[in-house]
Every structure is written in C-alpha cells, then in structure tokens.
Write a protein that binds this ligand. Structure first.
Ligand code: NAD
Length: 368
C-alpha cells in the first residue's frame, strides 16, 4: 500500500477545527487499504507569528518542500492586524506559493443538486454545474515590474502595474488546462483581452499553437475575459475547463465560486511544475479564510477542507476513484438534508463541524 506524507498547516481561526475532520476522512481511506497517510503538522500565519515571530519558520518551509503534498486551512485574523507587514499572516501563504513554485491554481465550482437553491442564480442554471477554473498564479500584473507610485511633482501621482507574461509561463498553464480537460469534458475555454492588451495577443497565440501541436483532440475556444464574466452568470454549464491569467482568474474564480452557494464548500489546489518522475509540488486549501467570526464555536463547515483532501488524492496521489467516493459521500450527506449553519437555508436545524465530518465518514465507509 502506498504511503504519503502530508504536511498539514491548520493555521488560524477555524483552521484547526476543519483540518481535524480531514484526518478522520483520511483514516477511512487508510483503513480501506487504498493508501496510508502520515500527517506532519506545522504552523503558518498568526499561529506561527505567535510561536516564532515569523509567518512560517524555515524548518516548516523545509518540511513543506519535502512533503508529498501540503494541506493548509487558512491564515489571518484581527489579532494580527497590526503585526509588521513582512511577517503578517498572509506572508506565510505567499512564501509557500512562491517557494514551492505553485503556478497553477485549480478551483472547481461544483453545484451539488441538494444545494442548488443556495445559489444566487436559478436552480436550472446551476444544478449539476461542474467547471474548473485554472488560474495562472505566479505571473502577470500582480508581480510584473515596474510596480510603483511615482510623485509627478505637480500635485499628481502616477501608479504603475505591469502586466507581463513570457511564452513558457503561458505554455505551462495551458498544458495543465488541456491535461485536465482530457480527464473531464475535453473542452478548454482560454480567456484574455487580446483586443486591447498585448499580453492577451501573446496568450491567445501561445495557447493556439500549443493546442495545434500537442492537444488537437481537445476542443479549444477563446473568449474575451469580460464576455466570459457575463457568460459565467448567464449559462455557466457551457464551460468545462477555463484557463486564464492571474488577474482575470482572480475575479472570474470568485464569480464562479458564488454560483455554488457557500464559501464553506469550495476546495482548491495549487500545483507546481512536474519533475522528471511526473511528480508536482502541490498545496491544497479551501478557498475560504480563517472565519474569525465563528472560530472556536464548532460550527464551521468542513466540506471545503475535506474537498481539498479529495483534490490531493486526485492530483497528487493518483487516487481519483477514492476522490470520487469522497465527493459522493459529501453529496449523499447533503442529499440527506444534513447542513452546517452556513448552508442551512430553509432547513430548521444545523449540525456542528465534527458532526458533519462524522456524517461524511459514515457515508464514505459505506462505499470504500
Ligand atoms: P472568510 O472566508 O474567513 O469569511 C467570510 C465569511 O464566510 C464569514 O462570515 C465566515 O464566517 C464565513 N465562512 C468562511 N468559511 C466558512 C466555513 N468553512 N464555514 C462556515 N462559514 C464560513 O473571509 P474574511 O472574513 O474576509 O477574512 C477573515 C480572515 O481570513 C482575514 O484575516 C483574511 O485575511 C483571512 N483570509 C485568509 C485566506 C487564506 O488563508 N487563504 C483567504 C481569505 C481570507
């Protein structure tokens, strides 16, 4: 039986509450003999600052580098609002993404039938929705130089951000999207603004050429990013995999996330380049933050965190079938009417974080 080392960073706020549920789910997969997992724990964010005066220690960075996958819950909270900028909780997250070279951010937006009424859109528009947004995470306008505010000396200032992409950055993120599409609906929609941006012209050219050379079997469409934003709320089920840059991906993935109802439901994966053995550095985390307003109350929804473990099984450990079973267990529990407070909707009662974890464990045990 294969054994995997997962470096677990519960972080702050509700982090420790939701990661505890992941360990329960992992035990079911281990007990079924599918794979075994060793969880090593570290500190990141405010909890690391309290312990070491840094957002993540060098020893924990080394553990993250050595692990088969990193799982992180969330960082931050009002307690650390005034700590110095370079050791603020988010600095730990950014350091992990940068040092592990995690250039591909995968955010699925799946709408479970039982939760279709929790979406801001009509049931028929979102029910059965299953799209994957692939966002470039380490380039583009958030990192391009120059990035500055200049005093023009006449009472005016000028702010400059630079959108910059090299061919290799576009190629590698597009390749991730095409590979994913082959395992899903076999369709990629690439999005940029080639009508007004040079980076968009290069993006479209590089994606088109890579498609011609290496992925002609996958359907490829191009859509301007503004039009794609509109189509995401008009008829999102037309999409399978969407690939886009850092800035547009940031916005479009947040739009897509609200199609599904609640922040507490959304997992994500961030992947690095494949090594000679095809193995990638990877970090799995829910989309939500540390939710300080509900931390310590035992009412956080653990599904985004459990779903992130499912993504680790699928994308780091080659255990796609086990990941399917976790997703089915989540769907079954929701279909049975069990809800945490954030997804309660019309339901009269809600259950705790650990009760939701236990219910998913019970459902999962029936199918593994
Ligand atoms: P948030 O995601 O923490 O919370 C937004 C709202 O959603 C809150 O009302 C919260 O209670 C609710 N919520 C979030 N996750 C939930 C869950 N699993 N179950 C039930 N309800 C849930 O965002 P915020 O309030 O803007 O930020 C709080 C802190 O988290 C800040 O310090 C922020 O910087 C940080 N943050 C961290 C990350 C990260 O670690 N990746 C992401 C976003 C925000």
């Amino acid at each position: 039986m294969a054994s995997y080392n997962i470096f677990l960073l519960p972080g702050d706020g509700i982090g420790p509450e939701v990661t505890a549920e992941v360990e329960k789910v992992a035990k079911v997969i281990s007990d079924a003999g599918l794979a075994s997992f060793e969880f090593e724990k570290g500190l990141v964010g405010g909890s690391a600052y309290d312990a070491h005066g840094k957002a993540i220690s060098e020893a924990d960075m080394a553990r993250a580098q050595a692990a088969d996958a990193v799982m992180l819950a969330a960082v931050g909270g009002p307690k650390w609002a005034d700590v110095p900028y370079d050791v603020r909780p988010e600095a730990g997250l950014l350091r992990l993404r940068k040092d592990l070279g995690l250039f591909a951010n995968l955010r699925p937006a799946v709408c479970y039938p039982a939760l279709a009424d929790a979406s801001a859109l009509k049931r028929e528009i979102v029910e059965g929705l299953d799209i994957m947004i692939v966002r470039e995470l380490t380039g583009g306008v958030y990192f391009g130089e120059p990035k500055e505010i200049i005093d023009l000396g006449n009472g005016q200032k000028r702010a400059i951000d630079t959108q910059v992409y090299d061919t290799y950055e576009i190629e590698r993120i597009a390749a991730v999207a095409f590979e994913l599409a082959r395992k899903r609906g076999n369709k990629v929609t690439s999005s940029e603004k080639h009508n007004v941006m040079k980076s968009g012209v290069l993006w479209k050219d590089v994606v088109t050429e890579l498609h011609r050379k290496s992925y002609p079997d996958v359907q490829l469409d191009h859509m301007l990013a503004d039009a794609l934003g509109m189509q995401l709320v008009r008829w999102p089920k037309q999409f399978d995999v969407i690939v886009t840059d850092n800035l547009f991906g940031d916005m479009l993935s947040d739009v897509a996330s609200m199609l599904t109802g609640s922040l507490g439901m959304l997992p994500s994966a961030s992947l690095g380049a494949a090594d000679a053995n095809g193995k990638r550095k990877a970090m799995y985390e829910p989309v939500h933050g540390s939710a300080p307003d509900i931390a310590g109350k035992g009412i956080a929804n653990p599904i985004a965190m459990i779903g992130s473990f499912g993504m680790a099984l699928r994308y780091s450990f080659g255990l796609g079938q086990a990941a399917d079973l976790i997703e089915k267990a989540i769907a079954d529990v929701l279909a049975a009417g069990l809800r945490t407070a954030d997804i309660k909707g019309e339901a009269t009662t809600s259950i705790s974080t650990s009760a939701m974890g236990d219910a998913i464990v019970t459902a999962l045990k029936k199918s593994v």
